[in-house]
Write a protein that binds this ligand. Structure first.
Ligand code: HEM
Ligand SMILES: [Ca+2]
Length: 564
């Protein structure tokens, strides 16, 4: 047993050895020792921001649920001073600081003259602070290894916190319940004390949760809210069944059930939608439908890999929709409520002020398709990220390229070998996995195939060969994602379907957990007007998966938790 594995504030692991410019901690360089092309220039030349390329079969909830579980397993925090603030890496006018004024933990992205968007706004600097680094598990410093500030396990830490202090803070201490605020009869997240002064919260609303990013966008907050409400629903039902249970017992049991549901929905609905049936089967990720699972292996380190979090899994940002379609109670598009993403980054005022927002957003998330995962991005995240009151925001694609380099993530070609694909010697050889026009873009951006950033290579790869099985990403992103979720499951002694442990569910209980679905969670925890839902909420409501009355969607029978 390795009790420190997966704990918060431990370092990410690596699938391949770090590749730093100086071998220790400076950003990766090109294979000839020169600087790689500027991250914003690569984004500008490769990422396109126009065109409609939606994915036909799935719903936007795949995107939001992905962000939700990302916030369970990984958080790379920016370097901070003792007082919790980060150094400014550009000045207030978006200009580069003189070298002597720049903190060593700054790695801003320089904006080249002629940048069509930023030059227009008079900006030559996009801020980026380096991630926190930590000791390796033998407590020695060496090559820079970034820290995960969340628990690496898929353990609901975005709901409950990654440490006891946060968890205690979020509990009401009565009846096993989590704290919630009450706004005109609607239960929302608890409001953090003293948050009125926080930047970006003009309306002085700020929600407290197990992960600091809960309000990153309102859709994410909506998904997270239904899980929080689910905890309290379960705790109340358990109390009726077992009036003798105290707060601690009710809390722990409700938490255990919610985490089990979260894990089940991740492996039963989310991953099949993202990876497709072939990768699920080939990677041993498909769940048994009866009996206990036998995935746990104590030799497996469950911790999140840097390559996954700092690069490969971020291709999912391409699936973000910049304009969110909301649907009214009659399931018609509600043009008045629909909104652009950049209007509400870190702003949950819609959830608070508009009593119909949550339900309209849930209907929208289960109907609107996501964007495809490819070189087309929404400009809401490539020039308007965290825009606030300014005329411009940041470019998430450029930041991701820079982040991968500062985390010392090796190039795309190296991962071909890791994933059992042949390493290529020339750009021409990429033809097996890339469209010719994308190869031209890569050739223009990188001097050697060995220089291609993992994120960019993974993003541009064709999906064609795996399309039939429904995968939404190319082979390298699939390989690294499958690797992560194998370890997340098989390295977790508390994974919900494991038998023979003191904490294991009974088989009857396990079979009830298996009835869980995102659809049922939405049905049970909305504000009352979502009365119909398709059984597979991450799949489009068409064909055999039409919206049906909530009553006909399977639910758990908690009487199996009654103590006799
Ligand atoms: C509206 C939706 C989203 C927005 C605005 C957003 C924005 C961001 C931002 C700003 C970062 C930090 C960038 C940095 O400084 O390095 C980030 C990190 C990340 N995002 Fe997203 N994201 C969204 C959705 C998603 C989705 C759908 C996924 C995956 C399914 C995802 C996966 C990740 C991962 C793995 C990281 C690194 C996490 C860490 O370790 O800190 N994101 N995202
Ligand atoms: Ca976690």
């Amino acid at each position: 047993m390795q009790p420190s594995w997966g704990q918060r504030d431990t370092i990410f692991q690596r699938l391949l050895p770090a590749h730093y410019g100086n071998g220790i901690d400076s950003p990766r360089l090109a294979s000839d020792g020169s600087e790689l092309q500027n991250a914003r220039e690569i984004s500008l030349n490769i990422i396109r921001i126009y065109g409609l390329d939606e994915t036909a079969n799935v719903t936007l909830s795949v995107m939001s649920f992905g962000q939700f579980i990302t916030h369970d397993i990984t958080l790379s925090e920016d370097f901070t001073f003792e007082n919790g603030s980060s150094p400014a890496c550009c000045d207030a006018q978006g200009q580069l600081l003189p070298p002597n004024d720049m903190h060593p933990q700054c790695l801003p992205i320089k904006i080249t003259q002629g940048d069509p968007f930023y030059t227009y706004n008079g900006i030559n600097c996009m801020s980026l602070t380096r991630s926190k680094v930590g000791l390796d598990l033998s407590c020695t410093f060496g090559i820079a290894e970034q820290l995960n500030s969340n628990s690496h396990y898929l353990d609901g830490s975005q709901i409950y916190g990654s440490d006891v202090t946060t968890s205690n803070d979020l509990r009401s201490r009565v009846g096993g319940l989590m704290k919630m605020s009450n706004v005109d009869g609607r239960e929302l997240f608890p409001i953090a004390p003293g948050c009125e002064n926080q930047l970006n919260h003009e309306l002085a609303v700020c929600f407290q949760a197990g992960d600091v990013r809960v309000e990153e966008n309102p859709q994410l907050a909506a998904i997270q809210l239904i899980f929080l409400r689910q905890h309290n629903r379960i705790a109340k039902e358990l109390q009726v069944l077992n009036p003798q249970w105290d707060d601690e017992t009710l809390f722990q049991e409700a938490r255990r059930i919610v985490i089990a549901q979260l894990q089940h929905i991740t492996y039963n609905e989310y991953l099949p939608s993202l990876l497709g049936s072939k990768v699920m089967a080939d990677s041993g990720l498909a769940l048994p439908s009866s009996g206990y699972g036998n995935g746990y292996d104590e030799a497996i380190d469950p911790s999140v890999s840097n390559d996954f979090t700092a690069a490969a899994f971020r291709v999912t940002h391409s699936s973000i929709q910049g304009f969110l379609n909301l649907f009214d109670a009659a399931d018609q598009e509600d043009t008045e409520r629909s909104f652009s993403l950049s209007q509400y980054f870190f702003d949950s005022s819609r959830l608070v002020d508009d009593p119909e927002f949550l339900d309209s957003a849930l209907r929208g998330l289960t109907k609107q398709p996501p964007q495809a995962i490819d070189e087309l991005y929404s400009s809401e995240v490539t020039s308007r990220l965290y825009i606030g009151q300014k005329a411009y925001g940041a470019d998430l694609a450029a930041i991701t390229i820079q982040r991968g380099r500062e985390h010392g993530i090796p190039g795309y070609n190296q991962f071909r070998e890791f994933c059992g694909m042949p390493k290529v010697q020339s750009f021409d050889e990429l033809i097996v996995n890339f469209f010719p026009e994308n190869i031209d873009l890569l050739r223009a951006a990188y001097k050697s195939v060995d220089d291609i950033d993992l994120y960019i290579g993974a993003l541009l790869e064709n999906h064609v060969s795996v399309y039939q099985s429904g995968a939404l990403m190319g082979p390298i992103a699939l390989c690294i994602t499958a690797n992560q979720f194998q370890r997340t499951k098989n390295g977790d002694r508390y994974f919900y379907d494991i038998g023979g442990q003191p904490h294991s569910f009974t088989l009857d209980q396990l079979n009830q957990i298996r009835r869980s679905s995102l659809a049922r969670l939405i049905c049970d925890n909305n504000d009352g007007s979502v009365t119909n839902m398709q059984p597979l909420a991450m799949i489009q409501p068409i064909g055999t998966n039409q919206r049906v009355p909530c009553d006909s969607i399977p639910s758990m029978d908690l009487t199996y938790w009654k103590e006799i």
